[in-house]
Design a protein around this ligand. Sequence first.
Ligand code: PHE
Length: 339
Amino acid sequence: MQEKIKNYILEVEGFIPSTEEHLEEFRLKYLSKKGILSDLFLEMKEASPDQKKDLGKVLNELKTKAEEKYSTFKTSLENNKEEVASDKDLTLPSMRYLGSRHPISIVRSEIVDIFSRIGFTVSEGPEIEDDWHNFSALNFPEEHPARDMQDTFFIQKNPDIALRTHTSSVQVRVMETTPPPIRTISPGRVFRNEAISARAHCIFHQVEGLCIDEDISFADLKQTLLYFAREMFGKDTKIRLRPSYFPFTEPSAEMDISCTLCDGKGCNICKHTGWTEIMGCGMVDPNVLTNCGIDAVKYTGFAFGMGIERITMLKYQINDLRIYFENDVRFLRQFSGIV
Ligand code: PHE
């Protein structure tokens, strides 16, 4: 009997099942109620007490080996089965959610596209600026309220350095380094020390434009902005220029577009006027040209500046600009697919 058991042990050790059925045959043969092990334990009962001790030892060895073999292959065959059953092609692209661009980025590139079609280049500059580029070169008098601590984030130890409050600072840099003709827009992030509300934030984005050449007139400014408004808000959009004041332009104006929601009939968004303001603009003040080393007798130019948040609000009917900064995916997902 001893011999017989040892042969079974060898057989168990060499057993490698290829399928689940094959493993089941093994279980029935050795481990089931009518299997070899049960038979052998019954047989052992008839042996003499001396023999029982030795037989018990080898028989238990056979039992442990058969059980281990069974459980090891059971789990590995099951895992294989799962892999086959899933039948997934892991190289396919994900179809669940493609992600989306932030609405501010979408509108920023739309603005850039519109102006590049009429020959404007894109220029960028630093977000931390000195007084000269943000204020002085732009003809801000020393005591101008926009320099006040209320509007500007100054660097504590050096009042000459501040976070730029508009991207007109980039235009100063362009004028200082590029001889006319100049036709450029400067998109970028700007900072103002304002209380955060549905209509204002301390960080926002602007696109400012600058065009300098011989014989540039207010008519060129008006036509450029009309082209922009129609491209951005639709071909029936009307524009209106109202006199205004900026230190760096003379004359200066604020531009309204006919309300995109009510087509100029009057609604809550346009406060029943039929118009909404979208940007400031004007003819570059000759002092600014001179400050930047450009011959103010030979050259004239126009400039304009708008907030991307505001344009986006009008374009997508968003009524609170704080939502741009909240990263709420329910908001962001609505822009999926727009590039
Ligand atoms: N820099 C102005 C602002 O930030 C906008 C502007 C640009 C106005 C150019 C006129 C001309 O509000």
